[in-house]
Design a protein around this ligand. Structure first.
Ligand SMILES: [Mg+2]
Length: 440
């Protein structure tokens, strides 16, 4: 199998699916059927299907209208099959300008539902239970409008992978007008990364930070360690960062220096006792935890990072922010422009904080024309339609497409089980209780 994951993430096996007798699934039709769906973008016609999906308010003869397909919420949607909801499924493969979180190619499955295009793109190494939460976000985006935005555009930060210091200016130049930059640190496999003692990796990180401050002296800074430090490494690193002249004043926060939420709380308490002047943000402790509110209960962070897709959709993410009672930054999960639109909708529903949604700049090419990229430091809010020609050109190929469709179906079945068992709320919105205990 072609390695599309950047060479670091082995593809997990998917569980065997046992369709109900007589059930008709996308997988039953095999990759060629899905390929037909992809090819529809090139030819405008696919075997056995109408050339085009009906427009808003239209329906094909004998087909339920969109509002009828939306009725009943998540449980009713999941009672059917993916092909009942999505009339297009396109797996795409986007080359990146630099290795980021261990990958050099980003894959996604783009899905068209009655409310518009949606994205399903859990990272390849994520198992079905975690990935099924991402599917809930795709179903939400495909079946319902985004919340009304508070503003037409959202400010975004630049995102700097753990590139060598000499590449900093080149990468920053891709972000037009950004006033804030998130710098990846402690990242193995890029600029040397964190070693066991945090030594050589930390020096590389300090050099990257210095390069940023030299290239853009007025920029605000955020650091993101993705939980890669041990507790002792984190204290060493934070003490070094705090000693950089003017750094504490310019730094919004340090994101997830350690992975364990209790260690995060200890580190924050230590940093406060040492008067380092550095704030702690939680990311993985929100989106990968069984209970994302543990962060708030333990006082483990000053700030939280929320992502629409890993949290099960825009409405669930809003509910978590509301319940946590902490300032929040909306960030991407390295989605294509289609998925970034959901993040922009989430950010536009919250108080203005520069969002980590400028990540389309990390792609050599994206699926929309123009891609959803910040202009003057701001990202417009609204639905994104992929470009048919780009969908064809960025097609992930039949093997990867079949893998994604199979994964979609496994997650569909798993999410259906969670909903049936009451482990995943059928629907939650701002101000309503969210099944955070079940990890929504
Ligand atoms: Mg992060």
């Amino acid at each position: 199998m072609r390695d599309d994951t950047g060479g670091t993430a082995p593809l997990p096996p998917l569980p065997a699916r046992a369709p109900a007798p007589g059930a008709h699934t996308t997988a039953d039709r095999g990759p060629e059927a899905t390929r037909a769906g992809v090819r529809q973008s090139e030819t405008g016609q696919a075997a056995g299907r109408e050339p085009r999906a009906p427009g808003p308010g239209q329906s094909r003869p004998g087909e339920r209208r969109p509002e009828e397909r939306l009725g009943g919420g998540l449980a009713q949607v999941l009672a059917g099959e993916p092909a009942d909801l999505f009339d297009r499924m396109c797996a795409v493969s986007l080359p990146m300008v630099a290795r980021f979180r261990g990958i050099t190619v980003r894959e996604a499955l783009l899905l068209r539902g009655p409310a518009g295009w949606a994205e399903f793109s859990p990272f390849a190494e994520y198992a079905v239970p975690e990935a099924s939460t991402w599917l809930a976000a795709a179903i939400e985006a495909a079946t319902s409008p985004f919340p009304p935005p508070r503003r037409p555009a959202v400010a975004v930060n630049a995102t700097l992978p753990a590139v060598p210091a000499e590449r900093v200016a080149e990468v920053l130049a891709r972000y037009d007008g950004a006033q804030c930059v998130k710098i990846k640190i402690a990242d193995t496999g890029a600029a040397g990364g964190a070693d066991d003692a945090g030594g050589a990796g930390l020096e590389e990180d300090l050099a990257r930070i210095a390069a940023v401050r030299a290239a853009a002296p007025g920029m605000r800074v955020r650091l993101d360690a993705n939980g890669r430090y041990g507790p002792a490494q984190a204290r060493t690193a934070l003490a070094r960062f705090a000693r950089l002249p003017g750094f504490a004043e310019a730094c919004d926060y340090i994101e997830q220096p350690v992975m364990d939420v209790r260690e995060l709380a200890d580190l924050r308490a230590w940093a406060q006792a040492e008067r380092l002047g550095l704030r702690i943000a939680a990311d993985e402790s929100i989106r990968k935890a069984e209970d994302p509110l543990t962060v708030a209960r333990l006082g483990a962070a000053d700030h939280i990072i929320v992502k629409a897709q890993p949290l099960g959709g825009v409405h669930r993410a809003l509910s978590i922010v509301e319940q946590a009672g902490l300032p929040a930054t909306v960030s991407s999960a390295l989605e294509t422009s289609v998925g970034l639109a959901a993040g922009a909708a989430l950010a536009a529903s919250l108080p203005p904080v520069a969002a980590g949604l400028g990540t389309s700049a990390l792609f050599e090419r994206d699926v929309a024309q123009p891609p959803l990229r910040a202009v003057g430091g701001e990202l417009p809010v609204g639905r994104v339609e992929p470009d048919a020609k780009l969908l064809a050109e960025l097609d992930a190929g039949p093997v990867r497409t079949a893998w994604w469709v199979r994964r979609l179906e496994a997650c569909w079945e798993h999410l259906r089980g969670r909903v049936e068992r009451g482990e995943f709320a059928d629907r939650s919105g701002p101000g309503t209780s969210c099944d955070v205990q079940a990890g929504c």
